[in-house]
Design a binder for this molecule. Structure first.
Ligand code: NAP
Ligand code: ZN
Length: 350
C-alpha cells in the first residue's frame, strides 16, 4: 500500500479539506498514475453534498484525471512509466455482461465501479477519485491522451467530453442536423464544440446572456436567452436533437415543444430533485422522444480523445489550486464557470 494525500468531504455539509489515505500497490494488470490535473464536474458537487443520496463519507471526488504513469504491473503492455495517461468516470466493470461486451461498460449489469463513491473490492473502502496525488487503475480503464492536446485542458474531456460526444454520436448528429444545447457549463460548452465539429447547425440556450459571445466563438450559430419568452417561441418545432445539460430542476416542456416530428431531447443533466413531468401531448403529437444518456464506454472515450486530437478540441478551463475547490463549487452553483475548473494537483504539495 502507499500513502496518498487528497481532498475529501467528510459530510454533506462540510467543506472539502485535506485527507490522507492508502492506495493499493499496482497489481499485474494495474497502471499507477501520478495525477497532474483533475477537472471539477458538477457531479462531484452533487456527490460531495449527498444530493443524489447514497454518498458514503469521506468522499474524494474527481473523475476527469490526467497524469503521468509512474509504474505498471507485469501484464501491462500499452503503458509504461513516463507515459501520459487519463482516467474518466469508471475504474472497473464485470467485463462479461451484454453491455460490457458491447463496449458500454457504463451500463454494466453486474458491478460497475465508478472512480469515486463506489465500493472498492481492493481496499474494502469506497473508491477515492482524482482530487488526490495518485491513483491505481486496471489498464482496461486507462485512456491514451493524444500528444497534441494540452493536458490540463484535456482533463475535462474524460467526463464532460465523453458525456456529450456519446449522445451526439448515438443520435447521428451531422451536417443535416439542427441541434439545441441547453446550458453553457462544463458539459454544455463541450456539446457546442462537438456539435459544431460534427457539422450541425447549433443553437445554445442559456440563462446567462453574457455567455453569448463565448458560445459563438465555440461554434454556436445562434444563442437564445431562455428567460426571453419571445425568443423561445420562435424556436418551436425546429430541432432534430436537443442535448439538455442543466444541473437544476426546470420545465422540460419548454424544450420538448421545440423538437420537430421524430425529434429527441436527451437529458444528461442530473439535478437533485425531479423535473415536473412533461406534458404527454407534447410527445404524442409529433412522435417526439425524451431520452437520457450516461457518460460513454471506454472504446468510445478513446475515439472521442482521438477525435479531439485530430480536430484540436479541448475544454476552456480555469486552472485552480486545490485550496480553492470550495470557492469553485460556490461559483459553479452560480453558473459562474468559464467553462470548467481544473485542479492543478501540484498545489497539493504546498
Ligand atoms: P455546470 O458546469 O454547473 O453547468 C450547468 C449549466 O446549467 C450552468 O452553467 C448553466 O448554464 C445551466 N443552469 C444552471 N442552473 C440552471 C437553472 N436553474 N436553469 C437553467 N439552466 C441552469 O455543470 P456540468 O458539470 O456541466 O454538469 C451538468 C449536469 O450534468 C450535472 O447535473 C451533472 O451531475 C450532470 N452530469 C451527467 C453526466 C451523465 O453521464 N449523464 C455526466 C456528467 C455530469 P447557463 O449559464 O448557460 O444557463
Ligand atoms: Zn462528471
Amino acid at each position: 500500500m502507499n500513502r496518498v494525500i487528497g481532498y475529501a468531504a467528510q459530510s454533506a455539509s462540510a467543506p472539502l479539506g485535506p485527507f490522507g489515505f492508502e492506495r493499493r500497490d499496482p497489481g499485474a494488470h494495474d497502471v499507477q498514475i501520478q495525477i497532474m490535473y483533475c477537472g471539477v464536474c458538477h457531479s462531484d458537487l452533487h456527490t460531495a453534498r449527498n444530493e443524489w443520496k447514497g454518498s458514503v463519507y469521506p468522499v474524494v471526488p474527481g473523475h476527469e484525471i490526467v497524469g503521468r504513469v509512474t509504474a505498471v504491473g507485469r501484464e501491462v503492455r500499452s503503458f509504461k512509466a513516463g507515459d501520459m495517461a487519463a482516467v474518466g468516470c469508471m475504474v472497473d466493470s464485470c467485463g462479461d455482461c451484454a453491455e460490457c461486451r458491447d463496449g458500454l461498460e457504463q451500463y454494466c449489469q453486474n458491478e460497475i465501479v465508478f472512480t469515486y463513491n463506489s465500493p472498492d473490492k481492493h481496499t474494502g473502502n469506497m473508491t477515492y477519485g482524482g482530487y488526490s496525488s495518485q491513483i491505481v487503475v486496471d489498464q482496461r480503464f486507462v485512456l491514451r491522451l493524444p500528444d497534441k492536446l494540452d493536458p490540463a485542458a484535456a482533463a475535462p474531456l474524460l467526463c464532460a467530453g465523453i458525456t456529450t460526444y456519446s449522445p451526439l454520436r448515438h443520435w447521428n448528429v451531422g451536417r443535416d442536423s439542427r441541434v439545441g444545447v441547453v446550458g453553457l457549463g462544463g458539459l454544455g460548452h463541450m456539446a457546442v464544440k462537438f456539435a459544431h465539429a460534427l457539422g450541425a447547425y447549433v443553437v445554445l440556450f442559456t440563462t446567462s446572456p453574457e455567455k453569448g459571445a463565448d458560445a459563438r466563438r465555440m461554434g454556436a450559430d445562434e444563442v437564445v436567452v431562455s428567460k426571453q419568452p419571445d425568443e423561445m417561441a420562435r424556436c418551436a418545432n425546429s430541432f432534430d436533437f436537443i442535448l439538455n445539460t442543466v444541473a437544476a430542476t426546470h420545465n422540460l416542456d419548454a424544450y420538448l415543444t421545440m423538437l420537430r416530428r421524430d425529434g429527441t431531447m436527451c437529458l444528461v443533466g442530473a439535478p437533485e430533485n425531479p423535473h415536473p413531468s412533461p406534458g404527454v401531448f407534447n410527445l404524442i403529437f409529433k412522435r417526439r422522444s425524451l431520452a437520457g444518456s450516461l457518460i460513454g464506454g471506454i472504446k468510445e472515450t478513446q475515439e472521442m480523445l482521438d477525435f479531439c486530437g485530430a480536430n484540436g478540441i479541448v475544454s476552456d478551463i480555469e486552472l485552480i489550486p486545490i485550496q480553492k475547490i470550495n470557492e469553485a463549487y460556490e461559483r459553479m452553483l452560480r453558473s459562474d464557470v468559464k467553462y470548467r475548473f481544473v485542479i492543478d494537483l501540484a498545489s497539493l504539495k504546498q
